[in-house]
Write a protein that binds this ligand. Structure first.
Ligand code: HEC
Ligand code: HEC
Length: 314
């Protein structure tokens, strides 16, 4: 009795709920993706990553609740039971390929606090297969996102290749008007800058570098590479605002480039704090609007040359 109850409970009921009918999102994996899947299995990625979004995960940034038909024909299914790392069932197209290259080389490059091991011992071909597989997670929904990354990536790379001015112009043209005219609503107080620095070290330093020059260890794997934040001084020449532009870009990322979106990681006040940190330390000017009865924070950052000096030096 005990045996058969256990058998029905842990074998038969799961089997009855399995579906061999593909869902509307399902598609077959290509040969490259299947090779990548083998590498995923061999390296035990499943010990840290699930591929199954449960209804109770909804609201935590989940893009789609898993359907039985999403896994049709996949043996063994790689649902996983551990989430030391994030769920990967909708990972395809979340990041462009260059982000993954840097991340597999060393996860601390893109995500300084990561506990994921390095996979730099794999050959370029193996990494490429593995990225192919990771980009297929989410099937047709992932294909749509990958396509969007590629379309925007072409524009981002073209703007980057044309030079810093063109790049910044392109980046800022994609920021809606309402954000472009918005100063940072928080003063760059000492605690705010200290909080901003901590966030910068936890999330940004691997790509943007400790001095904000875009030369973090991930940069050599990326195209486009991060800009030197000091180039943004140009935007402040006619006393234009920069706070809202930074906020919008940090919140939404830059689709097509490795710049991730942080709206699921950082709440609003933290994004303003890190914007203030960047403006104060790397751009050399903050745009919080002091009211008459407030005492402005004295700027003690490095002396910044004006954009004209730089052009002369070139
Ligand atoms: C020891 C646990 C661990 C192992 C093993 C592991 N990861 Fe991770 N992984 C993490 C953690 C933690 C994160 C979140 C921080 C980061 O981005 O690195 C992560 C993040 C990721 C991300 C980025 C998710 C996102 O969009 O933010 C991908 C893709 C990924 N891992 C793939 C893999 C693959 C493929 C393997 C196997 C080759 C693997 N991981 C093995 C822990 C692990
Ligand atoms: C994985 C690498 C990576 C990480 C991590 C990253 N960035 Fe970026 N970031 C980039 C790249 C690459 C660009 C350039 C995009 C382009 O030129 O198309 C960029 C662009 C930006 C811009 C736009 C600059 C401009 O010229 O308008 C801002 C602002 C920014 N990042 C802030 C941040 C902050 C703040 C963090 C951390 C919370 C962060 N980034 C984390 C790679 C990264």
């Amino acid at each position: 009795m005990l045996f058969w109850t256990a058998f029905i409970g842990v074998v038969k009921i799961p089997q009855w709920t399995m579906s061999h009918v593909p869902s509307e999102s399902w598609r077959a994996l290509t040969d490259e993706e299947l090779r990548g899947r083998e590498i995923y299995i061999k390296n035990g990625c499943i010990y840290c990553h699930s591929q199954y979004v449960r209804p109770q995960d909804w609201g935590l940034g989940a893009q789609r609740i898993a359907q039985a038909g999403d896994y049709a024909g996949q043996l063994p299914p790689l649902l996983g039971s551990q989430r030391t790392g994030p769920d990967l069932s909708q990972e395809g197209g979340e990041h462009p390929d260059d982000w993954h290259v840097a991340h597999f080389e060393n996860p601390r490059y893109t995500s300084p606090m990561s506990v994921m091991p390095e996979f730099s011992f794999h050959s370029d071909a193996e990494i490429s297969d593995l990225i192919g597989y990771v980009q297929s997670l989410g099937a047709k929904d992932a294909d749509f996102r990958v396509q969007r990354q590629e379309t925007w990536g072409e524009q981002a790379r073209a703007a980057y290749a044309a030079g810093p001015d063109e790049s910044i112009e392109w980046l800022h043209a994609n920021v809606p008007e309402v954000w472009r005219v918005m100063p940072n609503p928080y003063p760059p107080s000492e605690p705010a800058l200290a909080r901003g620095e901590r966030i910068y070290q936890m999330y940004c330093v691997g790509c943007h570098g400790a001095s904000g020059d875009g030369r973090g260890p991930a940069a050599e794997f990326l195209d486009p590479q991060p800009q030197n934040f000091a180039s943004l001084r140009r935007n402040l020449v006619d006393d234009k605002y920069i706070g809202g532009i930074l906020y919008y870009q940090i919140m939404n990322g830059v689709t097509g480039s490795a710049m991730p979106y942080f709206k699921t990681h950082l709440e609003s006040a933290k994004i303003w704090d890190v914007s203030n940190y960047i403006a104060y330390n790397f751009i050399g000017k903050v745009d919080y609007q002091y009211s008459e009865d407030e005492i402005p924070v004295a700027y003690e950052g490095p002396e910044m040359p004006s954009p004209d000096d730089e052009e002369e030096a070139e």
